[in-house]
Write a protein that binds this ligand. Structure first.
Ligand SMILES: Cc1cc2nc3c(=O)[nH]c(=O)nc-3n(C[C@H](O)[C@H](O)[C@H](O)COP(=O)(O)O)c2cc1C
Length: 197
């Protein structure tokens, strides 16, 4: 597994080429590949090496379409008091809109406990996973809008996730249907730089 990852593209290449993929090919992701991605995720740094993360994997188009519908319904029901959905409200009311962009695999990273910086740790694990997936020829997309529904106590109960765990970073994985155009980035905005020589 390590060899596979080492034989892949360089880190800078992966960082600069990774894009959020929103169109997926009809090619299933296999469990071994998901396992590789999770193993890459847990190589992330974490405060005091507490590794305050757990993962849930949900695979299958039918399952994800169902979760998408329920997550959208939750968004619409809680709009607008809890979430700023003005620009996307129409989409969430459209039964044809798939929150998971047609991917067949959803991975959710949950923070297990509150000491130190569990959310930051989980986000670092997520970035590792996104880059590793890109290195393995897979596409990914973070799905922040699924988080409110995933974090409901009743959803966690149903999905077999302990209620005290906090849904931090949902993301989908799949084989990209084609190339994804790059999204622009601003130059780093450096507000202070003191460099003593
Ligand atoms: C925390 C977080 C939540 C996101 N949630 C969504 C989402 O719900 N749906 C979606 O299509 N993209 C989502 N994205 C992807 C961003 O739109 C995307 O990363 C950004 O536009 C930059 O594009 P790139 O990832 O292709 O570089 C999310 C990204 C982050 C970091």
């Amino acid at each position: 597994m390590t060899t596979d990852l080492q034989a892949g593209m360089g880190v800078m290449e992966a960082i600069f080429q990774r894009r959020s993929v929103r169109q997926y090919a009809d090619r299933p992701v296999d469990p071994d590949t998901v396992q590789k991605l999770l193993t890459a995720a847990v190589q992330a740094p974490s405060a005091m090496n507490l590794q305050p993360w757990v993962f849930a994997v949900f695979h299958g188009h039918k399952l994800l379409r169902e979760y998408s519908e329920r997550a959208k319904q939750h968004l619409v029901a809680t709009y607008p008091t809890r979430f700023d959905l003005h620009s996307r409200a129409e989409l969430y009311e459209d039964p044809n809109y798939d929150l998971f962009h047609g991917a067949d695999t959803l991975i959710v990273i949950y923070a297990t406990w509150g000491r130190l910086h569990p959310n930051e740790d989980c986000c670092l694990a997520a970035e590792n996973l996104l880059l590793a997936a890109h290195g393995l020829g897979l596409g990914t997309c973070p799905i922040g809008y699924a988080r409110p529904w995933l974090d409901l106590p009743e959803t966690k109960r149903e999905l077999g996730v302990p209620e005290q765990y906090q849904a931090v970073f949902p993301l989908v994985v799949g084989y990209p249907a084609g190339p994804t155009a790059p999204t622009p980035r601003d130059e780093p905005n450096i507000v202070s730089w003191k460099w003593e020589v």
